[in-house]
Ligand binder design. Structure first.
Ligand code: S3P
Length: 167
């Protein structure tokens, strides 16, 4: 497949950048979290509360598997935890170009400090939680991505132009 998949931490701008990139490339856009929410008919916080994280991860893997077989080229933005599941990493290998949006912890803390929509960040000290999750996830993001873009202090348009040159 020849999809462009955006990966990276929560708050790194995958959805906004993905929408603009899709428009710039004249491709359809798919936001995995939005599609899962639409299918389940409830927000992600409710999916986690009602069925637990494992159930959400199963939905994520199912959707990724469908997308990896879809012939229609798309720009896809994923949830920050998607590449963590080993089976998802094998789908990512054959899906097209994987773009890792890298954002500093300081900027993520600012963006996420009042957020209530991300169950994996609720409770405890936000900076510590982000630091710990980044420590676990960054090596995975680096390993599965073909292209890496630092987003700090750049506009969405600048990030889109950078990705366009790289893919
Ligand atoms: C998650 C990230 C979220 C969403 C869910 C879990 C994670 O997506 O999939 O809340 O584990 O990092 P965003 O990265 O779009 O916030």
């Amino acid at each position: 497949m020849n999809h462009i998949v955006l990966i990276g931490f929560m708050g790194s701008g995958k959805t906004s950048v993905g929408m603009h990139l899709a428009e710039a490339l004249g491709l359809p856009f798919m936001d995995m979290d939005a599609r899962i929410t639409e299918r389940e008919g409830i927000p992600i916080t409710e999916i986690f509360k009602k069925h637990g994280e494992e159930y959400f991860r199963t939905l994520e893997t199912r959707l990724l598997s469908e997308l990896s077989k879809s012939g229609q080229q798309m720009v896809i933005s994923s949830g920050g935890g998607m590449p963590v599941q080993p089976q998802n990493r094998s789908y990512l290998k054959s899906i097209g170009t994987v773009v890792f949006l890298q954002t500093s912890t300081d900027i993520l803390v600012k963006r996420l400090q009042y957020d209530k929509t991300r169950p994996v960040l609720q409770g405890g000290d936000l900076r510590e939680r982000i630091t710990e999750l980044k420590r676990q996830r960054n090596p995975i993001y680096e390993q599965v991505s073909d292209v890496q873009v630092v987003t700090d202090h750049k506009s969405i348009e600048e990030i889109v132009q950078e990705i366009k040159k790289l893919v």
